[in-house]
Design a protein around this ligand. Structure first.
Ligand code: UDP
Length: 250
């Protein structure tokens, strides 16, 4: 159902539908093999900014390369794969997470939400529990920590609540660093999902791109236009990524 494709040194999982990714993750989460494994599962929704950041940070590259499930989230990733002859559709992390939460509510899986400001975190929990009836949120905490000790205390408290799905919304690469540092505290039958700014959308404080822009794979443009501070952050890695795709074969 899922096929693995390569983009530079990275793996990307390819499937027809978002539900294929959700099903693959949940099957693996509850499998005997995972029970016996030492490592929890990690889900990455990969984009050009992440790929270029990983070129400068070896730990991030290892984290991305070892991820259990990699969804082609960035429009640039989809473009690069199609250019290399791999037909793939964009799989937005926020839509994957929404589907996973719906399934979590149905299957009574326990969920934790780490990230965003305390107010946004609380609003996101309220919105999600209202939307997905029966959703079991066993732990929620903002993503702003006073220091490393506080950050570790939050990770320990979260692990002590034994969530099966942990949604981490600290932005890239902070959320990957958090998962990389603290996954070892959790039961192997746990899946971590890095979700960037999704809590802001679920809390209703940030609007997602209009459907037409999403359908045209232009959500990145909407984000740059509606939050211009992103241009300085995302512009150079995006340009470097495009240059790399055009000058190197994957
Ligand atoms: N954030 C956080 N802790 C921090 C910095 C950021 O919890 O120390 C949150 C921030 O409030 C926002 C999310 O991380 O909810 C980052 O969202 P963004 O859209 O920038 O993520 P991206 O997907 O672009 O990396």
């Amino acid at each position: 159902m899922l096929a693995r494709s390569r983009l530079f040194d990275f793996q990307v999982d390819i499937a027809d539908r978002l539900s294929d990714y959700v099903q693959a993750l949940l099957e693996r989460l509850t499998s005997d093999a995972q029970k016996a494994s030492k490592h929890p599962l990690t889900v990455v929704t990969i984009n050009p900014e992440m790929i270029m950041a990983a070129e400068r940070q070896p730990w991030l590259k290892t984290f991305l390369c070892e991820a259990s499930l990699v969804l082609p989230d960035g429009a640039g990733v989809v473009w690069a794969l199609r250019r290399a002859g791999v037909w793939v559709n964009r799989m937005p992390g926020i839509e994957f997470s929404a589907l996973l939460l719906a399934e979590a509510a149905r299957q009574q899986l326990s969920v934790a939400l780490i990230g965003a400001s305390a107010e946004v975190n609380q609003k996101a929990v309220q919105a999600l529990t209202a939307r997905y009836s029966g959703l079991r949120v066993v732990y929620a905490h903002s993503g702003f920590f006073t220091d490393a000790t506080d950050e570790e205390a939050v990770a320990n408290a979260c692990a002590n609540h034994h969530p099966q799905l942990v949604f981490v919304a600290l932005g890239v690469p902070r959320q990957e660093a958090w998962m990389h540092r603290y996954a070892r505290l959790f039961n192997p039958q746990t899946a971590f999902i890095g979700v960037g700014g999704s809590f802001d959308v679920w809390a209703g404080v940030v609007r997602r791109a209009p459907q037409l822009m999403c359908a045209l794979n232009l959500e990145w443009l909407w984000r740059l236009l509606s939050q211009p501070f992103r241009i300085r952050r995302a512009g150079p890695p995006l340009a470097a990524f495009v240059w790399r795709v055009l000058t190197k074969s994957s």
